[in-house]
Ligand binder design. Structure first.
Ligand code: IMP
Length: 437
């Protein structure tokens, strides 16, 4: 049962989509296990860009089946648009290739409105969410009032439940949040009827499908969304998303036993970015930060916001490796560092003069930590056309091997461009190579 989990090891946007697309040329199944359309995965194949936020990145591989696990929150209209966009682009999307778990919860209009109204009401204390209703939808799941995909099978009961939910959520919007935003029942109902006819055939038992696939030794890739530092429990709370993003979430999000996870690949940029509010110890608020943002085209796929940029943070990375049992790291966007004279890695946090063992739990403390850096000479040579690890500039290789050493985890993949070809493996990448033709 070869299975590979791909997770983000930073604050999201690490390039997981590109890697999952690359690592699925020989995979049988690709499954999403958490998050929703707050994710934005950009794939570039033969110069053509495809932006996905819900459908797993394996969809562009004709022989790969895709699964949206029960742990994902599904905005049905976003899903419908994504299916249509892919079909119009000639991608074969049909119920034998895409299965949505019947236990996954829906994101409805009132979730989006609550997300927006709360963010507006918070003023300076905003989380900086994607405003797509992710948090409110997970809240409804936890409070047992959420609506699952399976419920689209019994519209009469659903109508009653939706009316009750909407009444309560509209009261909450008006009375508690003092917002003028209100969800409209008939509009929401019409939307549900419209999407239902298309998505019903895609709804199935994804947990059973994955169990059978793993039993039959099929190659399964679990595709994480967001990143470790946005994990609801272990991230930089409260500036986090509302799902668990670490590898353990594969089990609860897809309904498979934890023993089914064979290998965890952590994906990290060669530097760090963060979108939205919250502490960011290695943030560069200078010209170098601007250089990274511009050269790295650091603008959010979902919201278009400019991402904050900073140096690679080995303290946070050690934590990410520990939390998910990461076996190997893929470093992306190495090309963005080309041309810098000096490059830094944060190796320690100090707070009030004391060295910390781990990332502190309180955002207010993380705001105050003093990062300590080691400095490297940069490299000027472009990485274009590099096809072998030993062709990388010597300073780039030294940078990567230092990361491996200080984190205690091998860097086995490096990526330096959006195209599939701009990806190379080290000699230690034998496990992940099973997933590539
Ligand atoms: P939410 O997931 O929309 O509730 O947003 C919560 C936090 O997670 C905000 O800081 C968002 O910017 C961040 N976030 C959510 N999804 C992503 C992503 O895919 N990449 C990067 N940041 C994300």
């Amino acid at each position: 049962m070869p299975s590979l989990v791909v997770i983000g090891a930073q604050w999201g946007d690490e390039g997981k989509g590109k890697l999952v697309d690359y690592l699925t040329s020989n995979a049988d199944v690709v499954a999403r296990f958490q998050g929703g359309n707050n994710a934005g995965h950009t794939l570039v194949v033969d110069g053509v860009k495809t932006k996905l936020s819900l459908v797993p990145s394996g969809i562009l591989r004709p022989n790969t089946r895709c699964v949206i696990g029960a742990g994902v929150v599904v905005d049905p209209e976003v899903l419908l648009n994504e299916i249509r966009m892919l079909q119009e682009a000639g991608v074969d999307v049909n119920p034998s290739r895409l299965v949505l778990d019947r236990n996954a919860h829906l994101i409805l209009d009132y979730h989006r409105l609550i997300d927006q109204a709360r963010e507006d009401a918070r003023g300076d204390r905003k989380i900086g969410t994607t405003r797509s209703g992710i948090g409110p939808a997970y809240e409804d799941r936890a409070s047992r009032t959420g609506i699952r995909l399976a419920e689209l099978n019994s519209m009469e009961e659903l109508r009653e439940k939706l009316a009750e939910n909407m009444k309560q959520r509209n009261l909450y919007l008006a009375r508690v949040l003092e917002s003028e935003l209100q969800a409209n029942f008939e509009e929401q109902w019409a939307k549900l009827e419209r999407v239902r006819s298309v998505i019903l055939p895609y709804i199935g038992n994804a947990s059973l499908l994955l169990y059978n696939a793993l039993e039959h030794e099929e190659k399964v890739v679990f595709e994480g969304a967001q990143g470790t530092l946005l994990d609801q429990t272990f991230g930089t709370f409260p500036y986090v998303t509302s799902s668990n993003t670490i590898a353990g979430a594969v089990s609860t999000g897809c309904g498979i036993g934890p023993g089914s996870i064979d290998h965890v690949l952590g994906v990290a940029k060669a530097y760090t970015t963060r979108v939205g509010q919250g502490p960011f110890p290695t943030e560069l608020r200078d010209q170098v930060g601007q250089y990274l943002a511009e050269k790295g085209a650091e603008f959010g796929t979902v919201t278009g916001r400019q991402r904050r940029c900073g140096w690679f943070d080995a303290v946070a990375m050690r934590r990410a490796v520990r939390l998910s049992g990461v076996n190997a790291l893929a470093i992306t966007k190495l090309d963005v560092l080309c041309g810098l004279e000096k490059i830094k890695i944060c190796i320690k946090y100090k707070l009030n003069g004391q060295e910390l063992e781990d990332v502190p739990a309180l955002a207010s403390e993380l705001e105050k930590v003093e990062p300590e850096y080691i400095e490297f000479d940069g490299w000027q040579d472009t990485l274009e056309g590099v096809t072998k690890w030993h062709h990388l500039p010597v300073n780039a290789r030294f940078y990567l091997s230092t990361i491996s050493e200080i984190i205690g985890c091998p860097v086995t993949i490096v990526s330096f461009g959006a195209e599939r070809e701009s990806t190379i493996f080290s000699s230690g990448a034998s496990y992940v190579k099973n997933f590539v033709k």
